[in-house]
Design a protein around this ligand. Structure first.
Ligand code: TPP
Ligand code: MG
Length: 303
């Protein structure tokens, strides 16, 4: 059977069965496949309400071949804290406790429990599966929806900027935090492995495009995720003990070697109403983000 090399590099084992009910082209299903290949069977996945609650299977069907806990929408990090502490008391430091939460379950309703778990420093890997809206309930805006994006509750485009969740997480002094993308699975794999090797609360923010919610054809998921990175709208980076590093290809993009932002935005129906003035504003948002990154790197260089 033909297998793309990239998947071979992540290993032969599959912990997510074929035939699951995710939409065609679902970025989250792909991210989960790669995540589970990396964390392996000695792991417990903790998942709040969201698309993954459905992908996990209904009635007597199960999609994941590892232990899986469904939690209330806001509670994933609190439940994972309890699981991690119980395992620790039993001396079971061989089991990974991994939260997989949507943007609604992280930026919004799950923020208090995330903050508590991060501040207490429980031994958890928290993966934010960001599809930039409440997709499971019909594409409502979240704090993670970017400015300009259409959703069913922002029909003329969201007016507010995407919340900077990374800054919030970093304010808890966590030992490891990174961004990742489903278009760069080996980078994601390396970051998950690295996080699992560190004790305490770790955070990975994974960009996972959603064909029905972002309004694009199902075979375009990877291309769109890749263009998010190549246009500089999504930046691959990692923080270890508060020190930031950019990762390829973002690490080569400080001098603006990027594709035009519209080559990312205009592939998606959710941005099709965006005209010149708003496009300029969205470009300014991206530039502002990059100038902040430059400033952080320069300050670090002086230390
Ligand atoms: C307290 C509460 N409010 C609302 C809901 C309904 N609900 C279930 S999933 C969901 C949206 C989840 O969005 P997100 O976290 O972004 O995950 P996605 O569906 O996009 O994967 C909502 C509003 C709920 N389950 N519990
Ligand atoms: Mg979502």
């Amino acid at each position: 059977m033909y297998r793309p090399k990239i998947v071979e590099n992540l290993g032969e084992d599959e912990w997510i069965y074929a035939g699951h009910p995710a939409c065609h082209g679902c970025g989250a299903a792909l991210g989960l496949r790669h995540l589970l290949k990396t964390i392996g069977k000695n792991s417990i996945l903790v998942v709040p309400a969201g698309c993954t609650s459905i992908i996990a299977g209904t009635m007597n069907a199960a999609t994941f071949n590892i232990p899986f806990i469904h939690t209330a929408f806001g509670a994933a990090a609190a439940v994972a804290s309890g699981v991690a502490e119980a395992l620790s008391r039993r001396g079971r430091d061989d089991i990974n406790v991994v939260v997989w939460a949507g943007d609604g379950g992280t930026y919004d309703i799950g923020l208090a429990s995330l903050s508590g778990a991060a501040e207490r420093g429980h031994n958890i890997l928290f993966v934010l599966d960001d599809n930039e809206a409440y997709m499971n309930t019909g594409i409502q805006r979240s704090g993670g929806t970017p400015r300009g994006a259409w959703t069913t509750t922002t029909i003329t485009g969201k007016k507010e900027e995407k919340k900077d969740i990374m800054k919030i997480v970093l304010s808890h002094h966590v030992p490891y935090a990174a961004t990742a993308s489903v278009a760069y699975p080996l980078d994601f794999n390396r970051k998950v492995k690295k996080a699992l090797g560190i004790k305490g609360f770790k955070f990975i923010h994974l960009m996972a495009p959603c064909p029905p919610g972002w309004r694009f054809e199902t075979h375009m998921t990877i291309e769109i995720a890749r263009r998010a990175v190549l246009s500089g709208a999504w930046i691959l980076m990692e923080y270890e003990n508060g020190r930031m590093r950019l990762n390829p290809p973002s690490s080569n993009m400080l001098d603006k070697r990027r594709i035009p932002l519209e080559e990312y935005l205009m592939m998606q129906g959710r941005f099709k109403h965006v005209k010149e003035e708003l496009l300029e504003e969205l470009k300014r948002d991206v530039e502002l983000r990059w100038s902040e990154i430059k400033e952080i790197l320069e300050k670090q260089g002086k230390r």
